[in-house]
Design a protein around this ligand. Sequence first.
Ligand code: MLT
Length: 419
Amino acid sequence: MDAKGDFAMPVINENYLKLPGSYLFAEISKRVTDFKQDHPDANVIRLGIGDVTRALPSVVIDGLHNAVDEMAREETFRGYGPEQGYSFLIQKIIEFDYKPLGITLDEDEVFVSDGSKSDVGNIQEIFGLNNKVAITDPVYPVYLDTNVMAGRTGELQGDGRFAGVCYLTCNAENGFIPALPQEKVDIIYLCYPNNPSGTTLSKAELKKWVDYARQNGAVILYDAAYEAYIQEPGIPHSIYEIEGAKEVAVEFRTFSKNAGFTGTRCAFTVVPKTVVAKTGKGEDCPLNKLWNRRQTTKFNGVPYIVQRGAEAVYTASGQKQIKALINYYMTNAKTIREGLKSVGLEVFGGVNAPYIWLKTPQGMDSWSFFDKLLTEAYIVGTPGSGFGPAGQGYFRLTAFGSQESTQEAIERIKTRLSL
Ligand code: MLT
């Protein structure tokens, strides 16, 4: 038998083959690269992926610089740190992000990580494969794709849905408020303020989910990556503002979107010790214990330097500087919302989130509108259908560009786009 013979080769994880060819943002990037090759002079404005463009706040830079200097001296040098994150950062997270909301957390309930994408993708592996997963539709693709990879779903069906997954439709008709599942589900992914639709849930709406989880023995995986963008009062910043949520919810937060850490990498996940799931024998098992085991085995922590940079966010000037950053992007959100409305497009989101979700004109499908916007106005956005079948006929623009390029994009939409 030669080296490529039948029984000489390892067998792949077939679940990966259930997924469509490429990750949404990789596909967009490929299409834009192709377009640029054919149109080398086109000044393309990227409002596609939710990636920040402003420099890191100066307090963060100072925090990073100081930590770099510490690494240069034996007396202050650090090797491996705690896998869960340094106490200096965790204490600030609890004090600044949770205490003002009346939420108390123990230090060992907060896990610092290199990103919410990693954490929301990895968390599923502490759950058994037979759990029923519920996702909103449209949805940030990582929640679903990682469950597909793990084998927690069936095949992709003709309607664009994976068998065995509970899809919770969110569209203009239901005001982007998902209805509670009709069937018993075990793991529920919620993201608010929402990516991609930019919409939010009120406390009363979120309470319905916490109550469902408590009554039905489900766990909520709550992605609050965009909480800092909430402008209006009364909208929950944390799921733990809802009574009983500490029994049923894990929360993901990041420094990527509020402090510009998309390339620097720092986030954290809160896993209260009171959130439990069952063992095969029916005994309670705290998720905190499993997540700690997972992280200590597979992760060596966020660099000391980066954690010092993140810590700097929690100073008076750090808080001021990130507020200014958020205001900057939210000015873009307003520019986009108003600009799109002025040409007669129907828009959602963009008030408490850096995403603007629009209905494609004349019932165009999402990818056709992507091509139209790129070829007529040289603007890159994200096709709604890339976030799930209920995103078909919608399109997402982000407020993370520069103010100049955002204004230019709207000008182009007004003058170059044939609507
Ligand atoms: C996006 O939807 O553009 C994503 O947020 C990018 C990410 O943060 O992974």
